[in-house]
Design a binder for this molecule. Sequence first.
Ligand code: ADQ
Length: 505
Amino acid sequence: MAGYDGREVNEHGADQIRRLVVVSNRLPVVLSKSAGGWRSEPGSGGLVTAIAPVLRNRGGLWIGWPGTAGREDLSGALDRATRDVGYSLVPVSLDKEEVDQYYRGFSNEIIWPLFHDLQTKCNFDPLYWDTYREVNRRFAEVTRDHTAPHDFIWVHDYHLMLTAQNLRALGTEARLGFFLHIPFPPLDIFVKLPWRREILRALLSYDLVGFQTLRDRRNFVQCLIALLPGTSVRGRGQVCQIESGERAIRSGAFPISIDSRQFESDSASHDVAESAWHIHENLPDRQIILGVDRMDYTKGITDRLRAFRRLLERHPEHRDEVTLVQVVVPSRRGIPGYESLKIEIEGLVGEINGQLTGPSGKVPIHYIYRALERTELLGYYRASEVALVTPLKDGMNLVAKEYCACSLEENGVLILSEFAGAAAELQRGALMVNPYDIAGVADALHKAVTMRPDERHRRMHQLRQSIKQHDIFWWVDSFLRASIERDLSSFPVVEDYVPGRRPAV
Ligand code: ADQ
């Protein structure tokens, strides 16, 4: 039987990975064109921070699209970036048509909405599928050319679900892992995908398929059992074994996290404290309720604005006491649905501010549409009494974890959607809400802004403990360990969350 066979098993788990090769849609660098040619700056973010030391220590490499359409010569910029980051960066070039059909089309007009349960937003154009297959094959060819049998190849996210299948066809023997950053949908939604069996079979070409939560893994297993008869599953813990046809693979729930200590120490800096002070200075005697999201219809921004309006309508006493700061970072411009969402959000902000600004002239919603510098973002996290994180569906949602890591005085309140992957770990400290239930979210807001200090402290302390315990380094280590460790029972039980169920207190 092909697939996982326990090679190189060792109790030190990730230490036994000889060389790590990361493959993702985008390279972890930001390229910009200047008069002297292309310049590059290393990317930031938790994933890069956590994986970079493993790549540096083992002479690893990162393969991905550099983010520019066309076949421009980026070698000088990438060589310099390679020297800066300490591991190799290998580009996969894409032309404009490929970017349109593989990235904008198949990935973001089909898989993104479908996997977030929003099938009515899908455009199942068969041309997108053809290009998706071609580009996945290209990623596989570049990866084959730069890897050896003892490498561990770790492929990330929904853009590259077919890469392992192509690598196997090209003769790659290396161990292959895949992590899906977005949710995996339930069977009755997944079956709408015209290429449902092809995608499932392709995922079975990996040795380890990782998801954010047990919910996602359960959905994946249900789809396999229904669509590929003869599939069987062993083990119910964090990592299980799946047998299907000729393949035996592992699958696990690995909730991604943040570099919580870095967030904590950065948010304790003088610059962040000053930024937080300025933010509150401009909103004196008010509690700040904060929303921070990429512009995306899955983030539930319009329902959230309606819930805030209802809070102020039902509790006029809060009108001079609270302000909603909604920060939105521009994202995926040019993809259908995103421009109209911006218009809808901005119309609603204007409508609510027009309706509820009182004689004091204080505006209920402050709307910011741009990417924030890290100091400013952390300043908002520190300054805000409440974080309102209400996606309609989300793989994990790192904003929820970042807010808690920055709540140094442990006095912030997190309101969290039941449909965020983070719900499983954060259900005990957060106020859990159904983001579609506008009245319920308004009630949670009322509860948050009137919560006693001791309850705020107790809840936030619990949230911070769980985020510290399972940070991004734990996440990288447990994924790599799951690919090589023989004894699956050594993996801890990860928490589950079933929406609608009473939260465990
Ligand atoms: P995203 O959908 O992008 O990620 P999320 O996990 O919330 O969602 O991460 C957003 C990141 O962008 C955060 O680190 C946040 O700090 C940053 N950000 C948001 N608004 C910003 C602003 N205005 N300025 C600056 N920075 C801003 C996908 C999945 C998620 C999953 C992650 C990681 O959709 O479910 O948690 O991958 O796996």
